[in-house]
Design a protein around this ligand. Structure first.
Ligand code: R5P
Length: 288
């Protein structure tokens, strides 16, 4: 068995290979003059673990090419971050179910799929091979334990993210709640924890994805007004688009913490051990 990765997941793939005590395959990446992706994989084995986050369209093409290049091997695919997973419903007539389209494309040529905190596990049946999702909520909790937090309150930005926040909070037996938005006028909203007070305590806003960071930056300002001592934010997938990191820091957030499912300077938690552990077990659709 060997591990191979797209350019986007080199660090995470190296960590998974170490955890599994197997070799990494060297891959040469280039582009044709018209911008098309090119790659050439080194010596593969009978079984190949392909690790490829898909944060953008180019990454998707690169992953599809890599799966094809490993076609003589039994391929098991790990998608640490899957773009398009948020478009998991047809909101308007004529729209694609993008998550389904992408899942179908990535299924061709692989034996099974493992995702990490996919936005909605309802996407998994769209893979045409056995697919499961694993969560690193516990690893985020373990990281938070290393910080000097004062009576922490773990907050989900909305009730949809509450289950994830509960997974993080259970590690330290911390309080958990979600933010509730009250519309004060056409342009003004207020955000408070639904049940608990933010006053005189450390707040950690946790979510699966931080994209523009807009909601969290606004919430942080309001939590400080409500007396929070400090506000942190932590997520699995640091998409951090449109200046999100600076926006969050400018809002007074003390630190932005994310994992290496998308490799960023602020990736301080690794999904590698969870992925390696999961790969030791067969994929039974929907299992953790
Ligand atoms: C959406 O449902 C996700 O869980 C995140 O809450 C969302 O992607 C975050 O978006 P943003 O960072 O742009 O507020």
């Amino acid at each position: 068995m060997k591990v191979i990765s797209t350019e986007h997941s080199q660090v995470l793939a190296t960590r998974v290979a170490r955890a599994l005590d197997v070799k990494l395959v060297d891959v040469k990446y280039a582009r044709f003059p018209d911008g098309e992706c090119y790659l050439q994989a080194g010596e593969i084995d009978d079984e190949t673990i392909i690790i490829g986050s898909v944060p953008d369209n180019d990454a998707l093409v690169q992953l599809l090419l890599l799966i094809d290049a490993c076609g003589e091997s039994r391929c098991r695919l790990v998608i640490p971050y899957m773009a398009y997973a948020r478009q998991d419903k047809q909101f308007k007539r004529g729209e694609p179910l993008s998550a389904r389209a992408v899942a179908r494309a990535m299924s061709a040529g692989v034996a099974d799929v493992t995702t990490v905190n996919i936005h909605d596990p309802a996407v998994l049946p769209h893979f045409s091979v056995p697919a499961r999702n694993i969560s690193i909520a516990e690893d985020i909790g373990l990281f938070l334990k290393t910080l000097d937090l004062n009576n922490p309150l773990i907050l989900a930005p909305d009730d949809g993210a509450l289950k994830f926040a509960q997974g993080v909070a259970s590690v330290g037996g911390w309080d958990v709640d979600h933010l509730e938005k009250t519309r004060l006028s056409g342009v003004e909203v207020r955000m408070d924890p639904k049940q608990l007070s933010a006053s005189s305590r450390s707040i950690v806003i946790v979510d699966d994805i931080i994209s523009t960071g807009g909601t969290i930056a606004t919430a942080a300002g309001m939590l400080y007004q409500q007396g929070a001592t400090e506000v942190y934010t932590a997520c699995v997938h640091g998409v951090l688009t449109s200046g999100a990191y600076a926006r969050l820091m400018a809002s007074g957030i003390r630190d932005v913490i994310c994992s290496d499912t998308i490799e960023r300077a602020c990736s301080r938690i690794s999904a590698a051990d969870r992925i390696a552990h999961a790969l030791k077990k067969p994929v039974i659709s929907g299992s953790a």
